[in-house]
Design a protein around this ligand. Structure first.
Ligand code: ATP
Length: 358
């Protein structure tokens, strides 16, 4: 059984858009409601969801309360009976784990198999570098640390526990022995998180050509910068050196998002990077479509270094529920959540849901 079999039993005029009640769910529901879809919030545990009452334009029609997100696996037949399409976001994947999420027998918008590539650092790097992207250098032996590096624990989310070291001594002082981690060049520059959208079923706009013919189009809907605590505010109370002497280390935990625009002269490169990533994704695992984000740092030489890809909607799109300076030039008031709903609406209308869901 696969997505085409599940969709065969669907009333595609009555789809229900479901996602976990967190992250970008307000935006996803808001967009889905604009296109006339039914909506369902999924929540595990007893977390209070009354905040939805405060946002009637985004409030989901129903709430599915579970003991654990893993229960979704057993509930698949019931969800299919309600014509549910799941929109993945970072929190849902984190709560369920990549393996269980991939196993849900319910149509998921986007290519769920991208998770194999995204959650495996080696595969992700090979994919992006082959796509023409420059990534921060990796240091395999900590004794080789001679310039600032950022140390990232595997599986840590939202930058938790990451630290900066400028030499082996600083690395030794901070490392949690036995915890798997990657040591990466700390790229000096400004951060831009680029929010792309690739539709496989749209023909106009910025068109993508694959080796075997057209792939659809590519949009860049918005850009944000993450507000990270406490690194982004440390300079207000002293130099990093002074703070470290006082036992205060910089941390990278995301607390919010700030809207950004980028120098217009960098846009050709922005599209070139997005195009390369999508084209290469079709060669490696059948394609990356829907929303995705390249997390970049622009150096003083105006070069992009990409330290991560998120292969789905990112919370950095949340400042743009009413549209962004870029999406305004695509369609007034277009959010990423609404763009997802449009893609599903078009696919449902022309009988190609199996092309946009897996
Ligand atoms: P998420 O999964 O939420 O994207 P994560 O835990 O995978 O987060 P990263 O996004 O890789 O973590 O990094 C967290 C933060 O650390 C970034 O937002 C950025 O501020 C900083 N950072 C990451 N890599 C680098 C780098 N090579 N140079 C400088 N800063 C970096």
């Amino acid at each position: 059984m696969g997505v085409e079999d599940w969709l065969a039993g669907y009333d595609t005029n009555d789809l229900c858009i479901a996602t976990a009640a967190s992250h970008s769910s307000l935006q996803i529901f808001h967009g889905a409601k604009k296109l006339g879809f039914r909506t369902m919030a999924i929540i595990a545990g007893d977390r209070d969801l009354r905040y939805y009452d405060a946002f009637p334009e985004a409030k989901p029609d129903t709430v599915l309360r579970l003991d654990s997100y893993h229960d979704l696996i057993d509930l698949a037949p019931e969800l299919r009976a309600q014509n549910v399409v799941i929109i993945p976001h970072g929190s849902l994947i984190e709560y369920m784990g990549a393996k269980d999420f991939t196993a849900i027998e319910v149509p998921v918008y986007g290519n769920r198999h991208v998770l194999d590539f995204e959650s495996h650092r080696g595969k992700e790097r090979a994919w992006l570098e082959e796509a023409g992207i420059t990534m921060p250098r990796e240091i395999t032996d900590p004794k080789d640390i001679v310039e600032p590096v950022i140390v990232k624990y595997h599986g840590a989310k939202g930058g938790k526990g990451f630290f900066i070291a400028k030499n082996y001594h600083e690395y030794k002082r901070q490392i949690q022995e036995g915890e798997p981690h990657t040591i990466q060049e700390f790229v000096m520059g400004t951060r831009y998180y680029l929010h792309y959208f690739h539709s496989r079923i749209e023909e106009g706009g910025f068109r993508l050509e694959g080796d075997d013919g057209p792939l659809g189009d590519l949009q860049m809907l918005s850009i944000d910068r993450r507000d990270e605590s406490n690194i982004d505010e440390l300079n207000r109370i002293g130099s990093i050196k002074e703070l470290q002497e006082a036992g205060i280390d910089p941390q990278f935990v995301v607390t919010g998002n700030i809207p950004m625009v980028i120098r217009e002269s960098l846009l050709p490169k922005v599209f070139q990077m997005g195009e390369g990533v999508v084209r290469e994704s079709y060669k490696r695992f059948g394609g990356l479509w829907g929303p995705f984000c390249l997390e970049t740092i622009v150096t003083p030489d105006l070069e992009f270094k990409v330290f991560e890809i998120s292969a789905r909607i990112v919370a950095g799109t949340n400042p743009f529920i009413q549209g962004s300076p870029y999406s305004e030039m695509v369609e007034p008031g277009l959010s990423t959540g609404k763009r997802i709903a449009q893609d599903l609406h078009k696919a449902a209308g022309q009988g190609t849901l199996g092309l946009v869901c897996t």
